[in-house]
Design a protein around this ligand. Structure first.
Ligand SMILES: *[C@@H]1O[C@H](CO)[C@@H](O)[C@H](O)[C@H]1NC(C)=O
Ligand SMILES: *[C@@H]1O[C@H](CO)[C@@H](O)[C@H](O)[C@H]1NC(C)=O
Ligand SMILES: *[C@@H]1O[C@H](CO)[C@@H](O)[C@H](O)[C@H]1NC(C)=O
Length: 329
């Protein structure tokens, strides 16, 4: 309907060329040809102006997603913003960038806030008068987001039945991606590992994607594994993890706890023994002191004591001799 009407109007405009100018309501809509880029969660302005510059307050204005003409994001008609039949996904997130006053200057730019993962794509700026309508399409592009550094961990596999080839469950976690990334495991030779694995994705309210990948693996097959999370456009993160478990598992854990127990009890026993023997030692030395005071001295000790006394005797005699000699001089 509208298309045939506009064709007719075009023909009419061509035929009556000398009559059609701005005053007859013949206008066009000007929008950027390049896509507008924005980050998730940010706000963005989708520019749209009527040319030649004219007062658009008497016109009808619609901003809508393709195929959603009857459920626009924003609808201005009969000199006011309409509130019915609007797209609920954009409720409270859209406004005219310069308010309705800017319509007087022909500026119909739309501000879109709190960009979500569902927002990228085409937006139509549609302007209509009684005799004419025109529309322009603005492309909104969402920038890629590279998520957090990878967190890698190795755990003994739950399904490990203690076979000849014990397996580990290696996990790789990262959050904050847009759009949804892919997760790839590689061994130390760079070969992609595809068996026995799983990937979980979760998306938050804004559309940011978190990824968790796990892989069952035999440590003997490769000393380490690499996990890489990447976007199709090439942005990626990579991390490596050793496949050997440092934390002991199963009977090893039991064995080590037993060892620790034995060691602990040994330490306790030794400490108790040491404390006791030290106490006894102190009592014994006290006993010695008492014995010597009582004159209860062993023959050896007696000899030693006497030797010391004799020494002093000798020294005394020598001194006396020297004095005597000195006196003679
Ligand atoms: C209309 O508003 C947009 C967004 O603020 C601005 O970039 C543009 O220059 C304005 N155009 C006119 C003709 O006022
Ligand atoms: C937009 O985001 C801000 C904070 O980021 C929040 O306070 C506000 O409620 C959001 N608005 C809508 C309509 O979601
Ligand atoms: C490996 O670990 C992940 C995360 O802890 C878990 O979701 C998955 O089920 C485990 N796989 C196996 C086979 O145990």
């Amino acid at each position: 309907m509208k298309t045939t009407l506009s064709v007719w109007l075009c023909l009419l405009a061509a035929v009556t060329a000398p009559l059609s100018d701005a005053t007859t309501g013949h206008f066009s809509v000007s929008v950027p040809s390049e896509p507008i880029s924005v980050w998730l969660g940010d706000a963005v302005v989708l520019p749209c102006t009527v040319t030649p510059s004219m007062d658009a307050r008497d016109l009808e204005l619609r901003w809508y997603r393709p195929q959603k003409f009857n459920m626009p994001l924003l609808h201005y008609k009969e000199h006011q913003l309409q509130t019915s039949s609007l797209d609920p996904r954009y409720r409270d997130r859209v406004s005219l960038e310069h308010g309705t006053e800017a319509l007087a200057r022909g500026n119909l730019s739309l501000r879109l806030r709190n960009i979500t993962a569902a927002d990228p794509g085409e937006y139509v700026c549609y302007v209509s008068s009684d005799q004419w309508y025109e529309k322009g399409q603005v492309s909104l592009h969402l920038n890629n987001l590279v998520g957090s550094p990878l967190v890698l961990s190795v755990q003994p596999s739950n399904g490990d039945r203690g076979g000849a080839q014990p397996q580990v469950n290696v996990t790789c976690v990262s959050e904050g991606w847009f759009p949804k990334p892919t997760l790839t495991w590689r061994d130390s030779k760079g070969t992609e590992v595809k068996d026995q694995q799983g990937v979980y994705y979760s998306t938050d309210a804004q559309g940011l994607v978190s990824v968790t990948g796990w892989l069952l693996y035999s440590p003997s097959d490769s000393e380490w594994l690499s996990c890489s999370v990447s976007l199709s456009q090439g942005d990626s993160r990579e991390g490596r993890v050793l496949t050997h478990i440092h934390a002991p598992s199963g009977w090893m854990a039991a064995f080590i706890s037993l060892l620790v127990l034995i060691l602990l009890s040994a330490i306790i026993i030794i400490t108790v023994l040491l404390v006791r023997s030290r106490r006894r030692g102190r009592k014994e030395s006290k006993g010695n002191a008492v014995r010597s005071a009582e004159g209860d001295v062993s023959p050896e000790e007696m000899k030693e004591l006497m030797a010391k006394d004799m020494d002093t005797e000798v020294q005394k005699r020598d001194l006396e001799d020297m004095r005597k000699k000195a006196g003679k001089i």
